[in-house]
Design a protein around this ligand. Structure first.
Ligand SMILES: [Zn+2]
Ligand SMILES: [Zn+2]
Ligand SMILES: [Zn+2]
Length: 99
């Protein structure tokens, strides 16, 4: 399940809704998948907590709902359904992941 504001069936949200904005990110504090950190921070009482890159399921593909490792997510496309992810999410790398 992907949480967020105005999310569609693939996990696009109010803030990020381009064709390839479909990766959902895990918050290490509440352990839930959110469409983006802005959605998370508006809906939760704590800031988005970055997840360790060694976590086995830090990302969920919004199209096929499979869980991805950090390494799989870094390929910028889903290994299960081949959907492309937005490479510009790397701008927010430090918000979503920690070493
Ligand atoms: Zn959280
Ligand atoms: Zn959002
Ligand atoms: Zn997929």
């Amino acid at each position: 399940m992907i949480l967020g504001i105005d999310i569609d069936s693939c996990g696009r949200c109010l803030h990020y809704h381009n064709e390839n904005d479909i990766a959902a990110l895990l918050c290490d504090h509440c352990k839930k998948y959110y469409a983006c950190f802005k959605c998370h921070d508006e809906l939760c009482d704590h800031p988005f907590a970055p997840v360790c890159i060694r976590n086995t399921q830090p990302v969920m593909c919004g199209q096929c709902k499979n869980y991805l490792t950090y390494e799989q997510y870094q390929q910028h496309h889903c290994p299960f359904c081949q959907a492309n992810f937005n490479p510009r999410c790397e701008l927010h790398q430090h918000i979503y992941f920690r070493p």
